[in-house]
Ligand binder design. Structure first.
Ligand code: IPE
Ligand code: IPE
Ligand code: MG
Length: 255
């Protein structure tokens, strides 16, 4: 018992002593929120309760990012591949999304958060689309953190949609072939005017991107943790940012 207490205390000290350089806070953090199912399994709970616990982690991390002055937080909540899960699980995820938007709207709005989404949301149930559109319309002029919920998001699908958008504008003469550059292609992505993520975080021990921000992650710093998403706290976020601040981002150049 004594030992456990000592360990807890040391852990707490580490998190409190993590001095972050406030002038080097990443402008855009993106998180692959993974491990809800395993978190539930370890506790003999249904997967839906793992997702519910994951929403608590969202609450904590959104608040902390806003407090730290992060400009954009993109959360991978539902991938284009997640439709292949049992219908019951998909349903529970959609219900949680609506619940989250309903319960959190007032507080997020009061804290100046913009609630945005990326992905092909036209395929989501009507109730989700209505809540997302309402939340965006009411918060779009806020000046704090932009929360991007990646829903029915797939990096490859996003690139296909961008190519289609360019094709339409080429045909109508809105742009010419020579105008197509990397910058222009970026503008046709769901992320449009949002800067590329500086830091991508994936909890749960998996070391892959799973079709997340394929175009935008070209020069993102990656940070992985064995902790499952429902156990992700402010401390892990600070550890990731602290590690990010020590990295040398060369972008192919030499010093
Ligand atoms: C992430 O947790 C949530 C979504 C993908 C929607 P998972 O449900 O993938 O959890 P694991 O990977 O099975 O533990
Ligand atoms: C990635 O997690 C998608 C989200 C977190 C929404 P998955 O659990 O779906 O990814 P894989 O199957 O482990 O690659
Ligand atoms: Mg998973």
């Amino acid at each position: 018992m004594k030992k456990l207490f000592a360990f807890f205390k040391r852990d707490k000290e580490i998190s409190n002593n993590l001095d972050l350089d406030m002038s080097k806070i990443p402008k855009h953090i993106a998180i692959i929120m993974d491990g809800n199912g395993r978190w539930a399994k370890e506790r003999n709970l249904p997967r839906a309760l793992g997702h519910k616990a994951g929403v608590e982690a969202i609450r904590r991390i959104v608040k902390e990012c806003n407090k730290l002055g992060v400009g954009y937080l993109t959360l991978y909540a539902f991938s284009t591949e997640n439709w292949n899960r049992p219908l019951k699980e998909v349903d529970s995820l959609m219900k949680l999304l609506v619940e989250y938007l309903k319960n959190e709207f007032e507080e997020l709005n009061a804290n100046d958060v913009v609630i945005n989404s990326i992905g092909n949301i036209s395929k989501l149930p009507q109730i989700c689309r209505t809540e997302l559109n309402n939340a965006y319309e009411k918060t779009k002029n806020n000046k704090g953190l932009t929360l991007n919920l990646a829903l029915n998001y797939g990096g490859r699908n996003e690139i296909v949609d961008a190519v289609k958008g360019i094709y339409i504008d080429l045909r109508s003469g809105k742009i010419s072939k020579d105008e197509i550059t990397e910058n222009i292609l970026s503008k046709y992505m769901y992320t449009g005017k949002i800067p590329d993520p500086d830091l991508i975080i994936r909890p749960s021990g998996e070391l892959r991107l799973s079709n997340f921000l394929l175009w935008q992650s070209a020069y993102s710093e990656l940070w992985f943790s064995d902790i499952n998403w429902p156990d992700f706290h402010e401390k892990q976020l600070r550890l990731a940012i602290s590690d990010y601040q020590k990295r040398d981002r060369r972008f192919g150049k030499v010093r």
